[in-house]
Design a protein. Structure first.
Lengths: 340, 418
């Protein structure tokens, strides 16, 4: 079993704040808290460390170096921290945990639940919650070591409550001792008795409507759609369902989306009418007409498209954020979003 | 409760061993299946070929291209009235003695892709594993299965092929159960309707069973008729348990209401069992999901809620048919019932991204599992069905396993935080 342990400059013994700019280093055996891990049965074979400021200011380079070491060592598990309430250290732990996790290395980290590292890890690591300072070391190290040893051995790990890690935002299937039918009746009778419980709640956030466009006459308008509208033949292979990408197509100088030139590859509705007139998927004809009448400032020179069918909410939210970031960059102030 | 002629009696006959032989028959708990005697597909011009294979739990077999699962059933006093509308004329299904084999299922399989009837995007893979890491995903990895594999006749119209497959599958289910005629069952469950009055102190519960019927290969049938123009309607729940409601919708396997989940419907059985004990079973509503427009969805939800109120419902349980679009029908029904003052719960599957739709009124939901979870790769010794649709040696998403996350309440999977 090979265990690699990630620490910042302080816990690796490289120095305090004055050493926060330290480049990544690779050390043999356990360092600092690694000794406590060793005592708990999870002795690190290699310790890798980086200064918190260096990681923050040179993330890509630092990460490349650290990941190259992990590639070379191929550990059975990576342990990050504990970073407690330290924001910079926690962030570095979270990013490294995410990238290592995505490369198939099991990762255990530990930090406060509100650490930026929890978000940065994106569910790719088992993050054990800690108190904000080093006093929590004694309680957290055995939990980390226990998880690490079992993950390294490929043994199954239980749920967050049972094992003491933060929910990773994943939903894992489990066999209940009752059918869904019996659970539905049990839940309903409990609800009628005033005890309202649910097995699943909403994960998406509720989007507050944006304020009205202040000056429509000068606004740059963009067309965005999840109707699966693409150039005929789907040259970029937009998936028809479970889409993992959004695409952008230029419409500068184009007044209308002609039938036979654009089509919908959306697998969730009858596309006959949309294919007969793709302007009903992405209303370019109407937008151009209104632009000509100066009903708004100008039309953005591309439309944005994906096929919104069986798309997980998290994926759809990410698409929205990415498209919105690009539209903001292009000084777009309003969007017509056509849904199906 | 006194029995009357009008009660439905489901007599069950347990089978723990299934063998192939020259004559179809049953000896105690052993069922012998004769494929030559069953002559599946003979007399059906829309079918080119049909084969019968028997598989048992624990065998290294994956079944692919699965369309439907049917429990072997026969009307004991009038076998010709079994599966009304499919095998014979419509009847007053839901009364009299029905014999059913337990531990055995008829699984049909047909590759629609190779003859060019559909494109892969329309027809996701549909599997049952008899062993390996996915064996516990489909409830039908635990039954002995008589697998009917059909091949359409050249250029046969798809609706005719599908009708022939459904007819032949029902016929085999009836033939297998006919081995019980005149014999003593292991158990008899009796279902009266209307039910005897129960204490008004108990809450009146109404299930809204959602089905969808959007055309050939995505239809649901009542007494053999596609239900595409159904308005929310009160049904006799016994008719559902007695084979009047059958499946002809073959898209997403994991959330597919196969015929077996109507025949043996866990929710209806649990409501019958709970009547007079901890609830009053006040009636069954069937309503459509996958409705096309916002107006139709809203109208149907409101009509369902009104019907539930007219049945005196204190509580409603909404089931869901398949995933995506229909989750909106479910959520609108929950909202309409809650706004009518009826406490409501619903059964929904999850995706990796959570719920497809949600209304704040839906504060009491059953999760039937995460349909996107991957099951470890497995290489079966044998694939029944087309290998190209069998994901051999690849991770398999849960949605590919037949009825794994079925939202009728017939499976026990759920999703938990990880």
């Amino acid at each position: 079993m090979t265990i690699v342990h990630y620490l910042n400059q302080f816990f690796a013994g490289l120095g305090g704040e004055e050493a926060a700019g330290h480049e990544p280093v690779r050390l043999d055996g356990p360092q600092g808290p690694g000794r406590a891990l060793a005592a708990a049965g999870a002795a690190p074979d290699v310790t890798i460390a980086c200064g918190d400021d260096h990681f923050g200011e040179h993330e890509a380079e630092a990460l490349a170096t650290l990941l190259a070491w992990l590639e070379e060592i191929r550990p059975d598990v990576l342990i990050c921290g504990p970073s407690f309430g330290s924001g910079r250290y926690g962030y570095a732990c979270g990013v490294l945990a995410r990238e290592a996790g995505r490369r198939g290395i099991p990762v255990v980290a530990a930090m406060t639940p509100d650490s930026p590292g929890v978000m940065a890890a994106e569910g790719a690591a088992f993050v054990v919650p800690t108190g904000s300072n080093v006093a929590a070391m004694r309680t957290v190290v055995p939990v980390m070591a226990g998880l690490a040893v079992r993950l390294a051995a490929g043994e199954p790990v239980g749920g967050p409550d049972e094992e003491g890690y933060l929910p990773r935002g994943l939903r894992s299937n489990a066999m209940s001792d009752r059918t869904g039918a019996v659970r539905a009746i049990d839940l309903l009778l409990a609800k009628l008795a005033g005890d309202v419980r649910t097995e699943v709640g909403p994960t998406g956030d509720r989007v507050a409507p944006a304020p009205p466009v202040a000056d429509v006459s000068s606004v740059r308008l963009a067309l965005v759609s999840e109707a699966g509208c693409v150039p005929q033949g789907n040259p970029d292979q937009l998936p028809t369902r479970h889409a993992n990408v959004w695409l952008r197509y230029p419409i500068g100088g184009v007044d209308s989306l002609a039938a036979g030139t654009y089509e919908s590859v959306h697998a969730g509705f009858d596309t006959t009418a949309g294919n007969a007139d793709p302007n009903r998927l992405v209303p370019l004809d109407a937008a151009r007409e209104l632009e000509g009448r100066e009903a708004f400032g100008s039309l953005h020179d591309a439309f944005y498209t994906t096929s919104g069918v069986d798309t997980p909410v998290a994926t759809a939210a990410k698409f929205g954020q990415e498209i919105a970031a690009e539209l903001l960059e292009a000084k777009v102030g309003a969007v017509v979003l056509t849904g199906t | 409760m006194s029995s009357t002629v009008a009660d439905l009696e489901i007599a069950t006959f347990g089978i723990d061993r299934i063998v192939e032989g020259t004559q179809t028959g049953r000896d105690a708990t052993t069922l012998t299946v004769s494929s030559s005697q069953l002559a599946v597909g003979a007399g059906e011009p829309a079918l080119a070929e049909a084969t019968v294979e028997v598989v048992r739990p624990g065998e290294p077999v994956r079944i692919s291209n699965v369309l439907d699962v049917v429990l072997p059933t026969v009307k004991a006093d009038d076998p010709a009235s079994t599966f009304p509308g499919i095998l014979g004329p419509a009847t007053d299904a839901g009364s009299g003695r029905t014999n059913r084999l337990y531990g055995v299922a008829v699984v049909n399989s047909c590759d629609w892709l190779t003859p060019g009837y559909v494109i892969p995007e329309e027809f996701p893979d549909s599997l049952v594993d008899m062993s390996g890491p996915g064996a516990d995903r489909s409830p039908f990895g635990a039954t002995a299965n008589v697998v009917l594999r059909f091949e359409p006749a050249d250029r046969a119209p798809i609706a005719e092929v599908d009708a022939a497959i459904r007819r032949e599958t029902a016929r085999v289910a009836r033939e297998l159960a006919a081995t019980t005629l005149g014999q003593e069952p292991d158990d008899v469950a009796r279902y009266a309707w209307p039910l005897p009055a129960a204490s008004a102190d108990l809450p009146a519960i109404v299930p809204i069973l959602q089905v969808a019927s959007e055309g050939t290969l995505v239809d649901t049938f009542f007494q053999g008729e596609a239900m595409d123009d159904l308005d929310p309607t009160v049904f006799d729940p016994r008719s559902i348990l007695d084979g009047a409601l059958t499946n002809g919708a073959y898209d997403w396997a994991g959330v597919r209401n196969v015929t077996a989940v109507y025949q043996d419907n866990a929710l209806l059985r649990a409501l019958f069992a709970g009547h007079g004990e901890r609830l009053r079973f006040a009636g069954l509503i069937i309503a459509l999901g996958y409705l096309d427009t916002a107006e139709e969805k809203q109208r149907s939800a409101l009509a369902s809620a009104q019907l539930a109120a007219s049945l005196g419902a204190d509580g409603v349980i909404c089931t869901t048919f398949s995933s995506g679009n229909s989750h909106t029908d479910t959520m609108l029904s929950v909202r309409a019932c809650e706004q009518a003052g009826i406490a409501t719960t619903a059964l929904v599957c999850e995706t990796n991204g959570g719920l497809t739709d949600h209304v704040p009124e839906a504060d009491c939901l059953v999760s039937t599992g995460n349909e996107d979870e991957l099951v470890d790769p497995w290489t079966p010794h044998t694939v029944i069905g087309s290998e190209s649709a069998a994901r051999v040696g690849e991770p398999v998403p849960t949605w590919a396993y037949v009825a794994a996350c079925v939202e009728t309440g017939d499976a026990a999977w759920t999703a938990v935080p990880a």
